[in-house]
Ligand binder design. Structure first.
Ligand code: PGA
Length: 252
């Protein structure tokens, strides 16, 4: 049985005081939650302070990105996965569509980041998803297969156990336009099938596949009631602790 996983991706939002306040409020709200795992991903410079305020709670700390490089070296402006681990991070989001689109991250870079994160002892949330034109052209499964193939290249069965996949159709991110539960389920089933072919059915059954793209308290239950949807990667609706808690306390 896969434990649901709900992740708040704060993107480039919040000043430190607000980040801390939101985390502390969320900690209080979530203190009795056992039905799902929870993580929040603040910006790099807030990780340590927010992480300290979450210590001993049931909320994991996540980062939004990491360097392709594992060795500490002359890479101005980069943050190594091992440094994230060192300040208490448990998960790292890799390959988010905003990174692919605005920062020209390629599948090859994403694969290096996935490996750097895993070899540093972090768990990975690998994002995949098609654009609207790719969907309209009927390429959605080819695109996601390519992102999975390259993103997970060279990973062992043990490595995959530490990876969650987040399916985020680009057209649904921050647009208020959610994939229907059936559209999302169709892709999640495809992703699990792909993992079964490449890494074995038992591994595929254990990997958590999250849906992301305009998830809100009002639509989360419909999505999570689908067989292959194991959680949510939430952007906008995770910025307010009470709204995010509304997602965490979904009912099926
Ligand atoms: P959204 O973002 O919930 O604001 O659509 C999701 C994401 O990009 O992870």
């Amino acid at each position: 049985m896969r434990k649901p996983f709900i992740v708040g991706n704060w993107k480039m939002h919040k000043f430190l005081s607000d980040a801390v306040e939101t985390a502390v409020r969320l900690r209080k709200l979530c203190s009795g939650v056992t039905h799902c795992d929870i993580a929040i991903a603040p910006v790099f410079v807030h990780l340590k302070v927010v992480g300290d305020r979450l210590e001993g709670s049931n909320i994991f700390l996540a980062a939004q990105n990491c360097s392709t490089e594992m060795k500490h070296a002359a890479h101005t402006g980069e943050v190594a996965a091992s440094m994230l681990k060192d300040v208490g991070v448990s998960y790292v989001i890799i390959g988010h569509s905003e990174r692919r689109q605005y920062y020209a991250e390629t599948d090859e870079m994403i694969n290096k980041k996935v490996k750097a994160a895993l070899y540093s002892g972090l768990n990975v949330i690998l994002c995949v998803g098609e654009t609207l034109s790719e969907r309209d052209d009927g390429q959605l499964f080819d695109v996601v297969r390519r992102q999975l193939k390259h993103g997970l290249e060279g990973l062992s069965r043990n490595d995959i156990a530490k990876v969650s996949i987040a399916y985020e159709p680009v057209w649904a991110i921050g647009t208020g336009r959610t994939a229907t539960p059936e559209q999302a389920q169709q892709m999640h089933e495809f992703i699990r099938g792909y993992l079964g072919e490449t890494h074995g059915e038992d591994v595929a059954e254990r990997v958590r596949i999250l849906y992301g793209g305009s998830v809100k308290p009002e639509n989360v239950s419909g999505l999570l009631s689908q067989r292959d949807i194991d959680g949510a990667l939430v952007g906008g609706a995770s910025l307010d602790a009470d709204t995010f808690f509304g997602i965490i306390s979904y009912e099926i």
